[in-house]
Design a protein around this ligand. Structure first.
Ligand SMILES: [Zn+2]
Length: 152
């Protein structure tokens, strides 16, 4: 029997890849800790960091909601996100998830879940449906971040 997968090498706060209990971004004293950017994957954190536009912190879900693959909200780092938003006086949650079918499902789910708690925005993708955030170039991503819109 294979042992359950442990979250070794992940930041305890945001679940980004990290050798330390808290990643470089979470430990950074100059980052805005009241803004959270929610992404599916650590690769998306790396892509967004390349833009140098974003100074807040992140929350890595570890995937997207995909009922076909048996991935529901419970399999993702969503409960910890709700806890962070509820206890850290987060003033804005920016959802930056690739606009695939699973990504949209996840974005809508999170929007509904978090809207009663704080301001929720989603980045404005200039990407076609199915476009992948991690392959977007820096200028496109920076523009998408800048053009984020409040959830309705
Ligand atoms: Zn972190």
């Amino acid at each position: 029997m294979v042992q359950a997968k442990q979250q070794v090498g992940l930041c305890q706060s945001c679940f980004h890849l990290s050798a330390e209990p808290l990643c470089n971004i979470c430990r950074h004293p100059q980052r805005d800790s009241l803004t959270l950017c929610v992404v599916a994957d650590s690769r998306d954190v790396i892509a967004l960091e390349k833009t140098r536009e974003y100074i807040g912190k992140y929350h890595v879900l570890g995937g997207t909601i995909s009922p076909m693959d048996g991935i529901g909200p419970e399999q993702l780092n969503i409960q910890s996100l709700v806890t962070r938003v509820g206890t850290q006086q987060i003033t804005e949650v920016i959802i930056a998830i690739s606009p695939t079918i699973e990504g949209e499902t996840t974005t809508l789910y999170l929007g509904r879940l978090l809207k009663p708690l704080t301001k929720v925005t989603r980045i404005a993708f200039g990407l076609p449906m199915g476009g992948d955030l991690e392959y977007a170039d820096e200028v496109t991503l920076a523009r998408a971040l800048e053009g984020r819109r409040e959830f309705d």
